[in-house]
Design a protein around this ligand. Structure first.
Ligand SMILES: [Zn+2]
Length: 328
């Protein structure tokens, strides 16, 4: 089964010389009065773009442009077009990848010609290459699709597998911490260790106090836990706790994913809620193991996790990851 099928899919020259007043008014307006602006301003110079895949973050002021994550090519182009309206198509100083997953790096190629640097944690290019290798193998071994049923709606398109050589990788890497002034902002990156993958960066825009945590939070939905990509649930809980401690009470967080009708932004309390969900998940699976149930039974359970009914019934993806971590 390809990484993409495991469910995390269910889930963007003319130099514009302008005054401070001009760029502030550009920040405040959309592409045109006729078209709704796909960019949402959160605080200061930081905002979000929600298309298909992991939530994109952006920072635009008159001296700098940063984009965090790139989704997939089509929505990356929509995002880039909207950013270009605000910047007068200036070059992007940094495209940051929060981690290697295809719904966060798949649009890298769209940004590559206009991004001076693509920045990520040091493990990301290797994890991205390995994931692409596994996806190619899985596609080769996948059974042929069932024949279409007459009258039934067309099956959803199978996500395109991008082979390792055609992936667009970060060219600027950091190990543990990285910090730089970008225009009127200060952008700090930190790697806290294994969590959702083995290369998750937390990106703090210090002046606006807005933090992109990538897929460290799936707000009120069952997460992807990428064990082949270096995930570790127990340490993910530690990471969430440390990220919450490292930031003040009024921090606005951007989350990679959220349940339908739930915000992809939030506060420290949402990080701790995600931490406690993992605690409950591990406790639940530990209990099932203690009761003597085998793996194949446990991973198919559909109970509602005690205290987390908003997530709906448990699913095989999270149960498998928890079981395998606990029995490793
Ligand atoms: Zn992810």
């Amino acid at each position: 089964m390809s990484i993409s099928r495991r469910g995390f899919l269910a889930s963007s020259s003319l130099a514009l010389a302008c005054t401070a007043l001009d760029w502030r008014s550009l920040l405040a307006q959309g592409p045109s009065p006729q078209q709704p602006d796909p960019l949402t301003l959160l605080r200061g110079t930081i905002g979000t773009f929600t298309g298909r895949g992991g939530t994109i973050g952006w920072h635009v002021d008159r001296a700098s442009v940063v984009v965090v994550d790139s989704q997939f090519p089509a929505t990356a182009q929509t995002c880039l077009d909207a950013v270009n309206v605000r910047t007068g198509s200036r070059a992007i100083d940094y495209l940051v990848n929060t981690h290697h997953h295809a719904d966060h790096t798949g649009g890298n190629g769209v940004f590559r010609p206009v991004a001076k640097k693509i920045l990520a944690q040091a493990n990301v290019p290797r994890l991205q290459r390995e994931a692409a290798e596994r996806a190619v193998l899985a596609a080769q071994n996948a059974p042929p699709p069932p024949p279409p049923v007459p009258g039934a709606p067309p099956a959803p398109a199978t996500p395109t597998v991008v082979p390792p050589a055609q992936q667009v990788y970060a060219d600027t890497l950091f190990d543990t911490t990285w910090r730089e002034t970008v225009g009127g902002e200060v952008m700090a990156l930190k790697y806290y260790g294994a969590a959702h993958t083995g290369g998750d960066a937390v990106i703090t825009f210090e002046k606006a106090n807005v933090v992109h945590v990538g897929d460290l939070v799936f707000n009120r939905r069952h997460p992807v836990i990428d064990r082949p990509g270096g995930a570790n649930i127990a340490h993910w809980m530690v990471v969430l706790d440390q990220v919450a401690r490292d930031h003040p009470a009024d921090t606005i967080y951007i989350f990679g994913h959220a349940a339908p009708n739930v915000a992809a932004t939030g506060a420290n309390a949402d990080l701790l809620y995600q931490r406690d969900y993992f605690g409950a998940l591990l406790e639940y699976v530990r209990g099932q193991i203690k009761a003597g149930k085998p793996r194949e039974v446990i991973v198919k359970l559909t109970d509602v996790l005690p205290s987390f009914p908003d997530h709906g019934p448990l699913i095989e993806r999270v149960l498998t990851a928890a079981y395998d971590e606990l029995s490793a």
